[in-house]
Design a protein around this ligand. Sequence first.
Ligand code: PEP
Ligand code: MG
Length: 592
Amino acid sequence: MPAPPSRPGSGTPARTASGALLLAGHGASRGNALGRARVRLPHALEVAEQRIPPARIDAELARLHVAVDAARAEMHDLRQRLHGALNQEVGEFLDLHALLLDDPELLFGLDELIRSGPYSAGYALRVQRDRLAKVFDGMDDAYLKSRMDDLDHVIGRIHAFLQKRPPDVKGMAGEILVCDNIAPSELAQLQAHGVVGIVTAGGSALSHSAILARSLHLPLIVNVPNVLQKVADGDVLIIDGSDGTVTINPQAPDLRGYRVRLREHAREQRELGRLRTKPTRTRDNVDIALLANAESSEDVTQAHALGAHGLGLYRTEFLFLQRNELPDEQEQFETYRDAALGMSGRPVTIRTLDLGADKADRTGLTLSNEENPALGLRGVRLSLARPKVADTQLRAILRASAYGRLRILIPMVSTREEILAVRRRLHKQAALLRAEGYEVAEHIPFGAMIEVPAAAIALESFIDLVDFLSIGTNDLVQYLLAADRNNEAVGELYSPLHPAVVRLLAHILRTGQAYDIPVAVCGEIAGDPLMTRLLLALGLTEFSLHPGTLLEVRRAIRDSDLSVLQAMAPKLLQARDRRGIERWIEKAGIDR
Ligand code: PEP
Ligand code: MG
């Protein structure tokens, strides 16, 4: 995904030069938008107790069922309209909402309340909602607890249809939604109805919604304290997803500034477009490899069109999500083969399953009761604990290797034994496949993700076992700094600009050079043009990033002089804090 712009706001209301109120939050998805505010106060189903005469029970039941069917049809309709990556990202949430709409506990309970109350459908909905909220509240599991938001969303939709209110997303064209928080499924729906931007009082720039907003190119500003109090329905807003600001009722100079920014953006897009066919080469003529991260066939097509040197990370777990049964060997083979064919001979790095932690599936593969899933059975640990699943995947990759230049990448490695175990399985499956008459490539480069600090520090103890390395900074930063990548409360701590991260990156790159093993970075920082020169200075020559920011990073590389940056590297490694590293970046002269 495109990297989040990451300038934290103070949350203190200020004023623009023309006197308009200016709020600051975190820009979670870049881009500017001008629109009328639609303020949505935190959801509360305020329906007064309403009993109905027994003679109306049947009619009330029918009214409820019509509303539930309408909510179901709305969900189905939205599912049909989603394509590509969006389908994958949001589909999971829509499927969950569809399941809730079919949940007997919810529906029978409602029917029962209407009959026994006898209550109006609206009041029954409220009673049932409050009952379920109590059950969710009593749960220990944070993930399950958070599913109450999904339930509220579903109940809110039924309620809207009950009131024959058109869905509140309709008629929102050109509006900016201001709310407390936003669910990923809702986000897609809002964009489909013409919403041009979103501002939330809570939320995190690393949430699933934020990632999705970036891939939708929908400006999103999160964590704007007081926004629900300061903005009124119908206020005109300018939002800027790059610096995380919200201007309320802009005056002439603010509007002029906004139009200037839009023109600049359009010009920048045109200029970037020219780089599609240009080499990724520094000013002093050093070629840098730009590979793409992909999760879907659409990403592969985009990567190819932008001239990516290959795929540096194909996240196979997306094939395992949103379904109840595991994908079989043939389905996996076809997916990996098509990725290889799609990149027409360029290297394609298939990462073995990285389920677990925040990527939980419904197939029963991942454990659901782990106290601390980020430190639990995920990535290669899960694969080795489920050898049949691992062998099926390895066979599919091996068979696909006959169709292009495949490489295999193992996630979450922390020990030499894990690499040896996967290699043994791989060699055994290759021999079996050849005996079965399949064509398997002679040599499939074998690599490890470096995203657990132990693997980074003890790299020399297993580097002889790999052909290449790829640094997963998203996880490396969270494990190194003990700061959850999904928790906004520690968002300030979760920073790749900590001196420990920079020094560890330098160590990994130096070790790779010493042993002549290529090292890539495939975490989000590889796609952030602000980080490009820092990574070049540390000696990185291979970036793997979401295609969305590939051209921006290519431009940053083409504007860089490697020898100058490398001469500045010692200063970078001496920095004592984040501010010191930021100053180094400023000095290195980043162009955004
Ligand atoms: C990473 O951790 O940097 C990485 C690329 O893997 P993922 O984001 O899929 O965990
Ligand atoms: Mg990772």
